[in-house]
Design a protein around this ligand. Structure first.
Ligand SMILES: Nc1ncnc2c1ncn2[C@@H]1O[C@H](COP(=O)(O)OP(=O)(O)OP(=O)(O)O)[C@@H](O)[C@H]1O
Ligand SMILES: [Mg+2]
Length: 211
């Protein structure tokens, strides 16, 4: 039987560089001869992509907070059941663009949904499972929004929510990193693409038994 794979999640605000860094991390891990699967939330499986449409299309107030969180966790469970767990089981390394910390940061810290209720949903949908490593890309909100605006084709309802919201999301992510230092690493994402990539590789080497 092949050894169990790993589950790595990338988190951070809009335009922090998650998609860019996932591409580079994937290439690095493949260079080490590993099977790498990349994925994203909400989405990452056919059912979860259908739920994603409900979440990202439409007006910012399409759902109230608890409903939005339930949809997120419904999509998350399907992503785990159909994509992540089978891949890890066969020894693949899965990198997900966002996971549960985005629900904590956006619906919890950003929108004020009580964090203990989010943890209840996590227990129901995910159980004891957690990422092996969570890389939280941190940078000032204005820089992130400028990067996201420069990149066309963004399909997020969250970009129009104002600077106060995005500041709460950023400090929420930083609080998560501080509260769970074994699982999470806070990465300074304000440097150039290569500098951030090197910081990520350094952390991955330290934490994941890499060559
Ligand atoms: N370190 C960097 N310095 C400058 N620009 C960057 C850096 N990393 C990414 N970018 C650029 O910023 C934009 C956003 O990057 P990217 O799409 O990787 O971020 P993201 O976190 O995935 O954003 P979103 O949450 O909107 O999906 C892209 O145009 C990308 O080329
Ligand atoms: Mg992205």
């Amino acid at each position: 039987m092949s050894p169990r794979g790993r589950f790595i999640t990338l988190e951070g605000g809009e335009g922090a560089g998650k998609s860019t860094q996932i591409g580079l991390l994937q290439a690095f891990l493949r260079g080490q001869g590993r099977e790498v699967v990349t994925s994203r939330e909400p989405g990452g499986s056919p059912g979860a992509e259908m739920i994603r449409k409900l979440l990202v299309e439409g007006p910012a107030d399409a759902w109230d907070g608890p409903t939005e969180a339930l949809l997120m966790f419904a999509a998350r469970r399907d992503h785990l059941v159909r994509t992540v767990w089978p891949a890890i089981e066969r020894g693949a390394w899965v990198i997900s663009d966002r996971f549960a910390d985005s629900t904590r940061a956006y619906q919890g810290h950003g929108h004020g949904l009580p964090l203990d209720r989010i943890e209840l949903l996590y227990t129901v949908a995910v159980g004891n499972f957690a990422p092996d490593l969570t890389l939280i890309l941190d940078l000032p909100v204005d820089i992130g929004l400028a990067r996201a605006a420069a990149r066309r084709g963004a399909e997020t309802r969250f970009e129009g929510l104002g600077p106060g919201f995005h500041e709460r999301v950023r400090s929420g992510f930083r609080a998560i990193a501080a509260a769970e230092p074994k699982r999470c690493a806070l990465i300074d994402a304000s440097g150039d693409v290569d500098t951030v990539h090197r910081a990520i590789v350094r952390v991955a080497r330290e934490r994941l038994e890499l060559a």
